[in-house]
Write a protein that binds this ligand. Sequence first.
Ligand SMILES: [Zn+2]
Length: 341
Amino acid sequence: MEIGKGQMKIFYTANHQLHSPEFEVFNGEQVPHSEIPSRVENILATLREEEYELTPVESVTNEQELLNILTTIHDPNYISWLQSTHPTEAIYPSVFNFLNQQLLHGHLSIQWGNFCTDMFTPLLPNTWTVALTTAQTMYAAGQEILNGQPNVTVIGRPPGHHAGRSRIGGYCYLNNAAIAAQLLSEKGTVAILDVDYHHGNGTQDIFYDRADVLTCSIHADPRRKFPYFAGLENETGVRAGKKSNKNFPLAAEITNEQYQPVLEEAIHWISSHKPNFLIISLGLDTHESDPIADFKLTTEYYQKMARTLQQLNLPTLVVLEGGYSTEAIGRNMVSFLKGFS
Ligand SMILES: [Zn+2]
């Protein structure tokens, strides 16, 4: 299936700059935050230079439908707390609740520790507003796919694939891929392929017991990289979702030549389940220049990656996850999109 530029629909969130975390605490040290507005701004500028048509999503127009989806994929207590909590400054958790019962009391830093699992993911005054707009973008993208559009891409932030059912982290708050997957799953089987450098632990968590949404992730081995506690080969799903999850943990410094056969194996696994829709969680932190990762994929390779994904011949929704080289991220996205044209 060859898709021309004109057949490709690209949505973006217009208000993403309102969510701009200043710092994260990594291994006890305060460091500048990596998930910053210039990531998306660099992509949008590069896409405009290349004369791609971009569709902004300015506001939330399907709030009730969105809330229905969000309370299906996430714990309703988490969604209602996030929706009704309006911090006036950045909130980092100071204590983490590792038990199954939630106790929402005290300082917001204590309350945030019920849901947030790390010190990389602060709750900011506009986090809910921006995350909900990105959710709206995913909803619009999913509707485009249902209307017959073969390829829809969403350039938004914050990312989503580390947001699980009731526990979130890794710069993610609402699981964007899962929002579209939930919408599409009403019409057929969905496969989510996560090619971010990091394991898509949130996406895996949400669909771990479901057969109607397959989840597959190619990522750095969690025994050495975030999210540290999920992403091994033996995590294959439970109950109805048994054998519906597939993980490919990889060693450091993976090259194009080493990545390609793994991608083909992932595609073969997805294809054997005969899904109707494909969602790509596209992290561009697999690039050789990424400051927080250690794979060695080149800008040119993303084009080959997209061409390989087209072998599945499915309506495809691409959503931006990570990617922290604010110099290279735009070129890498264009390279990927060229693989669809
Ligand atoms: Zn990542």
